[in-house]
Design a protein around this ligand. Structure first.
Ligand SMILES: Nc1ncnc2c1ncn2[C@@H]1O[C@H](COP(=O)(O)OP(=O)(O)OP(=O)(O)O)[C@@H](O)[C@H]1O
Ligand code: SF4
Ligand SMILES: [Mg+2]
Length: 356
């Protein structure tokens, strides 16, 4: 098992931003498994800054969905979430998310922090028309249905959909891209401040992914949203996000402004991830998959959990777990030797940064 991470103090902590809308502190998710304790989120500290677009990236199984679920106290049973999640509305007192009652949580999840869950294409009720799905949501939250449907039509138009056609269709009658946009509309109908999207475009073709990204940017401006966009597709989210947070083995390993991560990624894993997918248009021959495999949560390597795959690992890395260090203003990295990463893990393509 990994060595215990020293718990840090809050004062001047590197992960803090100036105006956070969500604060995640020491978030941990544990599942008791037959094979042992499975820690699938391991002491994550993160601020989501008001009105930013935050991209969260990492390999499959790195804990991205767990982090997203943690933000809304939506971790599935029998997972146990601990730590502190604070939501800061613009006009009310801060909300202790993990202290909310069931009813309060239900409100928060639609009206404050809304989430499009991974694989959510299926989250429309297939036995009723799309309109029925919207009406049900509005009624469940005591919203004025007519006003809510008016807002729905406006959002659908913003997403380049014909409102009546979509509302009168059954979910299966819509294409994947249309369903996904309708789902985004549903998640916005109760006027949340934050929209958390977990792989919202994974099932769509590249063109549709890009057009949805552009639409999200437009929605963000119009509805004054904060967006958290989770994906394993780094180049895709890099086109949209103000900041990128990189997860490895259930922890955050790097966070910073997008341009800086693309130009000067300081963690060897982030650099390898960028090399694995140099840019959105590059061919397969240019990709370098990262050797080795992602850790099993019941058997996480000691010290820095990336050490078995890291070309720079030394004894310190095997024994100690690196804390976040400052690579630059607002750019933090959990690696003892980040200053040597540029040389040890060079970007594959010359001038690659300029292309991204
Ligand atoms: N219900 C569950 N019970 C036990 N372990 C789980 C459960 N759901 C997920 N896990 C484990 O938690 C870890 C993190 O999973 P998570 O779904 O957060 O990964 P992810 O980064 O979202 O991956 P992907 O890119 O494939 O969506 C994985 O090891 C996964 O096997
Ligand atoms: S150099 Fe050490 S601390 Fe940094 S990523 Fe590699 S193994 Fe981890
Ligand atoms: Mg996931």
């Amino acid at each position: 098992m990994s060595t215990q991470k020293p718990r840090h103090t809050e004062d001047g902590a590197l992960y803090r931003t100036s105006d956070p809308i969500i604060e995640v502190r020491d978030a941990e998710v544990v599942f008791g498994m037959d094979r042992g304790v499975s820690r699938v989120l391991d002491g994550v500290d993160l601020d989501v800054q008001r009105n930013e677009i935050l991209g969260i990236v990492g390999e499959s199984g790195s804990g991205k969905s767990m982090l997203a679920s943690a933000m809304l106290d939506a971790v599935v049973d029998p997972g146990r979430l601990s730590g502190r999640i604070t939501y800061h509305p613009a006009d009310r007192d801060p909300v202790d998310v993990l202290g909310l009652s069931k009813a309060e949580l239900k409100r928060l999840r639609w009206e404050d922090i809304s989430m499009v869950f991974q694989g959510a294409m299926s989250s429309f009720n297939p036995t009723m028309e799309v309109r029925g799905n919207f009406v049900e949501t509005l009624e469940a939250h005591d919203y004025d249905v007519e006003a809510g449907l008016e807002r729905t039509r406006e959002i659908l138009r913003d997403l380049y959909l014909e409102p009546e056609r979509v509302l009168d269709s059954y979910p299966h009658e819509l294409s994947g891209g249309m369903q996904q946009r309708a789902l985004i509309a549903l998640s916005l109908v109760l006027e949340p401040d934050v929209l958390v999207m977990d792989e919202p475009t994974a099932a769509l073709d590249l063109l549709m992914q890009r057009s949805i990204l552009q639409l999200l940017e437009k929605l963000k401006q119009k509805y004054d949203l904060t967006l958290v966009f989770i994906t394993h597709d780094l180049p895709l989210v890099a086109e949209l996000a103000d900041r990128l947070a990189v997860m490895y083995a259930f922890e955050l390993v790097e966070i910073g402004p997008t341009e800086e991560i693309l130009r000067d990624a300081a963690h060897p894993y982030t650099r390898s991830l960028l090399n694995a997918t140099p840019n959105i248009d590059s061919g397969l021959e240019e990709m370098r998959p990262i050797e080795g495999s992602a850790p099993d949560p019941v058997d996480v390597p000691t010290g820095c959990s990336y050490h078995p795959r890291c070309p720079m690992a030394d004894e310190t890395c095997v024994e100690d777990d690196p804390e976040f260090l400052r690579a630059d203003d607002g750019h933090n990295v959990a690696c003892f030797h980040w200053q040597d990463a540029e040389e040890a893990v060079p970007f594959v393509l010359d001038g690659q940064e300029a292309d991204r």
